[in-house]
Design a protein around this ligand. Structure first.
Ligand code: NAD
Ligand code: UGA
Length: 467
């Protein structure tokens, strides 16, 4: 670090972003002390667990970093006030889900956790503190944070003379990591985006990243460009998925093959090969909420055509999920009453235990509605997490969770692959076939299995985007 006066970093929020991001900063900046704080006691206990398999976030490479840094320059605790007071820099990394009620419900981001973090900082900070927006936020949120910080400061200065010296500057440093590859993404980012109003703060945050990221990958902008760019990046990524998923349906109708089309189209260097895997629709906590937020902002500024354009990306995503549940029902003779299905995969993508907005949830609910009995298996998602999603289902006995894939398939009519876990490719599919009721169906919504090999075993196979 060029700026030797910076010693303490606090991160508010020990979730999927806060935990991995701070672990990577700690590993690359051994002279900084990093305190990751959270109001969730259970989560902090898990971050401090001696058994590293119990960390609240599963990410390849994370356990090794925790082993290296925890207790040395990386600390997880519930001491929010104390850590804020000691911090030179505070990263706000709290959740920003879609509002469920009030103005903007179903579209706008719920900023109550951001607001409470800002109020805590305003109250407990003791000196000049750089406040970094790490969470994904609507454009202009920095304005709200600034107002809270500045007004609380004035109030305190009357009551407490010691607090007179505290000042704040705000930086937007959105995070672009993807779950499942978080550590690799943080260690080797395509870019680091830092938006701010004063060069001192921008340089301070840039300095941290310069410890391991090439300077030319560090993009600096004004605050509003940084906030908006994060929403736009997610919207563009999600748009690619909805685009390829819409074409998967056209492939099934015409005899074209979605993998061949994706390869042919993606080979144009202007289009690019990445993010063209068709599937059961995007899940995860962010794509949907960030696009809906963009839609809300566009409407707020009177740009209804812009809002409609982006909203269609979310509509196609839901349509793809519904399309998959409908065709499973159709192929199983139009009814799922008295039928058992094995659901392989509950996380929203492979290599994560996160199930937020997983396509498995909506698709499974559709199948349960049709009377199916479902037996779930996911290598990283536990029974409690799965059952939590179905608390409102009346027939509880219709939702079972198995410890292995083989245990889940006894007597089932179909296996539905919804997450592309590597393990599913290497299962003993001939044993699975023997255990199932015939005709035995495999529905491969991720196009990740060897279709021809399954047909040779005797399965009836549907794979996405193939006639
Ligand atoms: P998360 O729900 O996993 O973690 C957020 C944590 O903040 C929770 O543990 C919660 O208890 C804590 N928290 C909330 N209010 C608090 C307060 N006042 N004081 C202390 N702790 C508090 O969320 P996440 O997935 O880490 O996402 C955080 C933000 O990062 C969101 O804005 C999200 O859009 C963005 N983001 C997420 C990802 C991702 O892959 N998950 C990637 C990039 C950006
Ligand atoms: C996404 C972005 O990739 C990150 O850059 C961003 O930081 C993050 O959102 C965020 O803001 O939260 P993430 O949701 O973790 O990351 O994972 P992705 O790899 O983007 O996958 C999202 C969903 O799209 C998954 O359900 C995945 O299966 C699906 N997907 C992805 C496809 O269906 N096809 C693809 O080609 C790629």
């Amino acid at each position: 670090m060029q700026n030797k006066s910076i010693k303490n970093i606090c991160c508010i929020g020990a979730g999927y972003v806060g935990g991995p991001t701070m672990s990577v900063i700690a590993a690359n900046c051994p002279k900084l002390r990093i305190d990751v704080v959270d109001i969730n006691v259970e989560k902090i206990n898990s971050w401090n667990s001696n058994d590293l398999s119990k960390l609240p976030v599963f990410e390849p490479g994370l356990e090794a970093l925790i082993k290296k840094c925890r207790g040395k320059n990386l600390f997880f605790s519930n001491k929010v006030e104390e850590s804020i007071a000691n911090a030179d820099i505070i990263f706000i990394s709290v959740n920003t889900p879609t509002k469920t009620k009030g103005i903007g419900a179903g579209f706008a981001s719920d900023l109550k956790w951001i607001e409470s973090s800002a109020r805590q900082i305003a109250k407990f900070a003791r000196k000049h503190t750089v406040v970094v927006e790490k969470s994904t936020l609507p454009v202009k949120t920095a304005e709200t944070i600034k107002t809270i910080l500045n007004s609380a400061n004035k109030k305190n200065s009357i009551k407490n003379i010691e607090n007179n010296n505290k000042t704040f500057s705000i930086v937007s440093n959105p995070e672009f990591l993807a779950e499942g590859t978080a550590i690799e993404d943080l260690q080797n980012p395509d870019r680091v985006l830092i938006g701010g109003e004063d060069d001192y703060s921008i340089n301070l945050i840039s300095d941290i990243y310069r410890e391991w990221v090439d300077s030319e990958k560090i993009i600096t902008t004004n605050l509003w460009s940084a906030e908006l760019s994060k929403l736009v990046a997610n919207a563009f990524l999600a748009q690619r998925i909805s685009s390829i998923n819409s074409i998967s349906a056209l492939c099934e109708s015409t005899g074209a093959n979605i993998n061949e089309v994706a390869q042919a189209v993606g080979s144009d260097s202007r289009i690019g090969k990445k993010f063209l895997n068709s599937g059961p629709g995007f899940g995860g906590s962010c794509f949907k909420k960030d696009i809906l937020n963009l839609v809300y902002l566009s409407r707020y500024y009177g740009l209804n055509e812009v809002a409609d354009y982006w909203e269609q990306v979310v509509k196609i995503n839901l349509w793809q999920q519904r399309r998959i549940s409908s065709l499973v029902i159709r192929n199983l003779f139009g009814t799922l009453s008295n039928k058992k299905l094995a659901i392989f995969g509950f996380s929203f993508k492979a290599n994560t235990n996160d199930t937020r907005e997983s396509p498995s949830i909506n698709i499974s609910k559709d199948l349960l509605q049709e009377g199916a009995k479902l037996n779930f298996y996911d290598p990283k998602v536990n029974e409690k997490q799965i059952l939590n999603e179905f608390v409102e289902i009346i027939d509880k006995e219709n939702v079972l969770v198995s410890e292995t894939a083989i245990k889940a398939v006894e007597g089932v009519d179909a296996v539905l692959v919804l997450t592309e876990w590597e393990e599913f490719k290497n299962l003993e599919w001939d044993t699975i076939f023997k255990l199932m009721r015939k005709p035995a169906w495999v529905f491969d919504s991720r196009n990740c299995l060897d279709k021809e090999a399954l047909i040779r075993i005797g399965f009836k196979v549907w794979s996405l985007g193939n006639a």
